[in-house]
Structure formats: C-alpha cells, structure tokens
Design a protein around this ligand. Sequence first.
Ligand SMILES: NC(=O)c1ccc[n+]([C@@H]2O[C@H](COP(=O)([O-])OP(=O)(O)OC[C@H]3O[C@@H](n4cnc5c(N)ncnc54)[C@H](O)[C@@H]3O)[C@@H](O)[C@H]2O)c1
Length: 258
Amino acid sequence: MSSAFSLAGKTALVTGAGSGIGQAIAERFAAAGAVVWIADVDAAGGHATVARIREARGTAEFVRLDVCRDADFDAALVLVPVVDVLVCNAGIGHVGTVLTTTPTDLERIFAVNVHGAFRTMKAWLPGMVSRGRGSVVLTASTAGLGGLVDRFAYATSKHAVVGMTRSAALDVARTGVRVNCVCPGRVETPFVRSRINEYPDPAAAYRDMASTQAQGRMGQPDEVAAAALFLASDEASFVTGSALAVDGGWTAGMFPQK
Ligand SMILES: NC(=O)c1ccc[n+]([C@@H]2O[C@H](COP(=O)([O-])OP(=O)(O)OC[C@H]3O[C@@H](n4cnc5c(N)ncnc54)[C@H](O)[C@@H]3O)[C@@H](O)[C@H]2O)c1
C-alpha cells in the first residue's frame, strides 16, 4: 500500500487495533512509515494485526492494554514511553433507548468509550506536550454529531468523545500538539457485522444501514484509516479540534437519504 502522507520516523500507538477500524489505521500508519504499537485487550486480535503489518514489511509490536485498567497503562508506558501519534480508537457499542438503558449500561459504555479514551490521552499527552509536538486522533462517530434512535448510551458517549476532542485541542493548542477526531458513519467491521446478524433479516438490515448514508453504501475501515492518517500527519498542521465526518454524506443532510 503506497501512501500520500508520511509518518516516517514516528512512533504511533493505536488502541483497539486488533480489529476493524483500529486495525486498518494501524496498517495504514505502518505503510506510511511509522513504527506502530498495537494496543488491545484482545491479544489474539492484536497479534493478528502485528502479523499482517509485518507481512507487508511494516514495523509493529503488540502491547496488551485494557483502556479501563490503570495498571495496564503503567505497564504500557514502561514499554512505550514516547509516542508521536496517538489514536484513541477502542470502543464498544450498545443497543437501547433512553427508557431501556440502565445506569450500569451507561457506565459500562462510558468506561471504555469515554474514560478509556481519556485515560489513553492522560498517559501519552503529557509527553507530547513536553516535547512540543504530536498528534492525537480519536475515533468518535456520526453518533457523536447527532442523536441515534435505540443507541442512547453509545450516542451519548460519542458526543462526549467529540467534546473531549475539542476541549483537549484548545487546552494544548499552543504547545505544538494537535487533537482531532474522525466521525465514521456505518463501516463494515466485526462490530457492525455482529449487530447486523442480530436482526431477524440481516440482509434487509444491511441494506437499511447502507442506505442511511447519502452515498448509499457502508464505508470500509481503510476509508476511515485514510482520514486518520491525514489528521495524524504533518500535512494537517493547521487542523486541530476538528471532528471530521467520514460518513458517505450521512450527516450532510437533515434526514437520511434513501
Ligand atoms: N464500525 C462502525 O460502523 C463505526 C462507526 C463509527 C464509529 N466506530 C467506532 O470505531 C471504533 C472501532 O470500532 P470497530 O467497528 O472497528 O469495532 P471492532 O469491534 O471491530 O474493534 C474494536 C476493537 O477494540 C478493542 N477493545 C474493546 N474494548 C477494549 C478495551 N477495554 N481496551 C482495549 N481495547 C478494547 C476490541 O478488542 C477490538 O479489537 C470504536 O470506537 C467505534 O465506536 C465504529
């Protein structure tokens, strides 16, 4: 895979890189010349990503990291003290309305999607600030830009990720460190495929999800990775605090296009 944007000489760490969008980001970053740390709670998935990158002659290492566990961060920081590009991507979904979601559900989703991303920034952002350079990319969602029916906890958590991106970007804006997020629409990953398979008619659910987006199709993980690479690279030197929709036009209109 050739790359228009270079991360040569940089070290990147991607959480949730054992699958889906995180895996695609890690592969893109490695192809752009970065040394990539694959940080995931799932060791098998993480090692699979490392193997894919090495097969493509890239450089990658695995570090086991549960973004909910402080002790994992302590160990990861010993192994990976310096990071130039940080991707806070680990996330989980939840189906439920404001009426059916319990406080425990909300806490579980927030623990990974919000506190996990916050902990990840707390671990490596201070080093970036002290070195006066670095780029943080968070994976938010279109569900962070507008409400979603039956995804109360998830959409609430992703709104928090967008808010965290903007606020953190302002806090470090004059240090040389940039903070941005990507807001993917529906992207074909194991996360989404498992949701689709829960519907009584998965083929109809797939068509319905694809048609939500103005382009009439789902996105691919690598299309999100391309946007993340731009934000991570020095080409985005004047871009900070942005929430970049990568959604086939989903959020461009007031209503879903059918
Ligand atoms: N797929 C989509 O349509 C879509 C759309 C918008 C946003 N997103 C977001 O993109 C991100 C990745 O989603 P995906 O679709 O690739 O999902 P995925 O389930 O394919 O991959 C998620 C990865 O995160 C890891 N993970 C989960 N909990 C973790 C934890 N506590 N600590 C460390 N790693 C953990 C998993 O092991 C897995 O490898 C998530 O933040 C998700 O909310 C996905």
